[in-house]
Design a protein around this ligand. Structure first.
Ligand SMILES: Nc1ncnc2c1ncn2[C@@H]1O[C@H](COP(=O)(O)OP(=O)(O)OP(=O)(O)O)[C@@H](O)[C@H]1O
Ligand SMILES: [Mg+2]
Length: 247
């Protein structure tokens, strides 16, 4: 939980910090799309490009926020679970479709918001990506989903399908400093992931939960809220890690 909130807000903060950012909504639920204020529109998603019909570059749309652009999603992406496995190179579809976009060097960062399942869309994202950022909710089951994720990432790595793939970091979200539970989960996750856990923790905040219904990332919805401050710090940490990796 917290994937879309983190993708939208990290994208917006990185753009505000001067990076050219593409937010890529790869979830048929299209929450990242509405989260930056776009209406769902038929034919606007990456679906056709994944099937080799038309390019991804043409799918890029601007948002109301400087340096932040988006490839939106809509419900047709659901079809990918059925159509893609029948296509050749079904795990490399996104990688192939992304190449012309990468060649333009138009973006410094591309953030892909994945669906909840480890299905074909998420796998395509893992094959195309340099890194995976995992948001973890501060609750008891936080570590359970991670073992599956680790396994899949390990397989893609070991089989040479994507040897570049790294865990960019683990971001703790919905942190509530007043509860023992939050503190316990954080220390458990830190024990497991060590330095890979971002220092910044995202607090549980109603402002963060409200912002998407106004089509705005938190820094544009309530600039001085605790959630905005946290995502700004997380973005700085995240960009620092990317810059280190590219150096
Ligand atoms: N830090 C937070 N404080 C309060 N509410 C939050 C916070 N982060 C996310 N939420 C809310 O929790 C819900 C789930 O968050 P989000 O959509 O980011 O999760 P997700 O991982 O993308 O979910 P899905 O797997 O369905 O795509 C949303 O309603 C969101 O507004
Ligand atoms: Mg989501």
């Amino acid at each position: 939980m917290g994937k879309t909130t983190t993708a939208v807000n990290l994208a917006a903060c990185a753009a505000a910090l001067g990076r050219r950012v593409l937010l890529f909504d790869l979830d048929p639920q299209a929450n990242a799309t509405s989260g930056v204020g776009l209406e769902k529109a038929e034919g606007a998603s990456a679906y056709q490009a994944l099937l080799g019909q038309g390019g991804l570059v043409e799918k890029i749309q601007s948002t109301a926020f400087e340096r932040l652009e988006i490839i939106p999603s809509e419900v047709d992406l659901c079809g990918a679970d059925i159509e893609l496995p029948r296509a050749d190179n079904h795990l490399q579809r996104l990688t192939q479709a992304m190449q012309p976009l990468l060649d333009t060097q138009r973006f410094d960062i591309i953030l892909v918001d994945c669906p909840p399942s480890l299905g074909i869309l998420t796998l395509n994202a893992f094959v195309a990506a340099d890194g995976v950022l995992v948001p973890l909710q501060c609750e008891y089951y936080a570590l359970e989903g991670i073992s599956m994720l680790n396994r899949v990432m390990g397989q893609l790595h070991d089989k040479g399908i994507n040897p570049r793939l790294e865990l960019t970091g683990v971001a703790m979200t919905m942190y509530d400093s007043r509860t023992k539970l939050s503190q316990q989960v954080v220390s458990e996750v830190r024990e497991h992931f060590g330095e890979q856990v971002f220092e910044t923790m995202i607090p549980r905040s109603t402002r963060l939960a409200e912002a998407p219904s106004f089509g705005k990332p938190i820094i544009h919805y309530d600039k001085y809220s605790a959630g905005a401050a946290a995502y700004e710090l997380l973005a700085q940490e995240f960009l620092g890690r990317l810059d280190k990796g590219n150096a």
